[in-house]
Design a protein around this ligand. Structure first.
Ligand code: PEP
Ligand code: MN
Length: 338
């Protein structure tokens, strides 16, 4: 950690900072420049509460050398993590190809969609049984009944399932049915929920919040990891932009950026990122080319009848066509999926 002092700081104030550092059992290395004095702190940075340091008169800036997300950082784990979801691996060259409708719907429709995406090569089936809707009057999901349908259909077509959990009180129930639990964008900073899923023993798909920085996303992952659950997959699903031309602003740079900071896999969700079926294929390909560890796409066989997010759903045949192209990109970047 580096402590930068204000110009004109008094000798007494410098000594006060040095004493503060030494009281914490660390060493302070003073470097006096022409205009500024800086103090290099030598020792375990994690022992230093930063806020009190920043509050000391004469301190201009405190610059940690290590990121605050210790367990999620590359320093903690220099090799890419490989997360198992049922029999599917994500990360380290393995791609998670997640597909399915936005919401779990009636069993026969779910079977038809699952059959189609499986045939196209999807390896994880998705669908929300608990839906985070902007309006309380919109379809809220089938609840436990939806979990049962998703489980049965996933099993029938040989795919592990991922589904969203919104409420800490439902974590146990969702964990009973799901192979992977999704934390949606709207709940990325629901710290109680993150703590609960951290203890539930299921891999977690953590979606980036609509106004979340990359650091916020990694700090949320840290909540799950710090509970002893190392199985977190991040998801770039677009952040709020000013332009209504797309549903969100697809931040494809987040993918290679996260790779420079963390060992956790990151997948892309061009469905929620763009909200437009005509843009989804290009953005899916771009995500994979940028280094994503998987692609998450909403597919529905009759979007006009979909219970939620119909306008952004790909038809099964569009998904199949895209998967052919995604395979080619996967080959170029040296990745694969089973
Ligand atoms: C979803 O996956 O259907 C969903 C609601 O996603 P997000 O949280 O990214 O909006
Ligand atoms: Mn959706």
């Amino acid at each position: 950690m580096i402590i930068i002092l204000r110009s004109g700081v008094s000798e007494e104030q410098i000594q006060h900072v040095v004493e503060h550092v030494e009281e914490l059992g660390l060493r302070a290395h003073l470097s006096r420049g022409t205009y500024r004095t800086i103090i290099g702190v030598i020792g375990d940075e994690s022992k230093i509460p930063i806020e009190p340091l920043r509050a000391i008169t004469g301190v201009a800036e405190v610059v940690p050398v290590l990121p605050a997300y210790k367990l999620a950082s590359l320093e903690a784990h220099p090799q890419p993590s490989i997360i198992s979801v049922g029999n599917v691996k994500i990360g380290g060259g393995h791609l998670g190809m997640i597909a399915g409708p936005c919401a779990v719907e009636e069993p026969e429709r779910m079977r038809e969609i699952a059959k189609a995406v499986r045939a196209a090569g999807a390896n994880i089936f998705r669908g929300g049984a608990f839906k985070p809707r902007t309006s309380p009057y919109a379809f809220q999901g089938l609840g436990e009944e939806g979990l049962k349908i998703l489980r049965a259909v996933g099993d029938e077509f040989g795919m592990p399932i991922v589904t969203e959990v919104m409420d800490p009180r439902r974590v146990e129930m969702v964990a009973e049915y799901a192979d992977m639990m999704q934390i949606g964008a709207r709940n990325m900073q629901n710290f109680t929920l993150l703590t609960e899923v951290g203890q539930a023993g299921r891999p977690v798909l953590l979606k980036r919040g609509m106004a979340a920085s990359i650091e916020d996303l990694l700090m949320s992952a840290e909540y799950v990891l710090s509970q002893g659950n190392p199985n977190v997959v991040l998801c770039e699903r677009g952040i709020r932009g000013f332009d209504k031309a797309t549903r969100n602003l697809y931040d494809v740079a987040a993918v290679p950026l996260v790779k420079t900071l963390s060992h956790l896999p990151i997948i892309v969700d061009p469905s929620h990122a763009t909200g437009r079926p005509d843009l989804i294929p290009a953005c899916a390909l771009a995500g994979l080319a940028a280094g994503a560890d998987g692609v998450h796409i909403e597919v529905h066989n009759c979007p006009e009848k979909a219970k939620s997010d119909g306008p952004q759903a790909l038809l099964p045949e569009q998904y199949a066509e895209l998967m052919v192209q995604l395979r080619k990109i996967a080959e170029v970047v040296g990745k694969q999926w089973d």
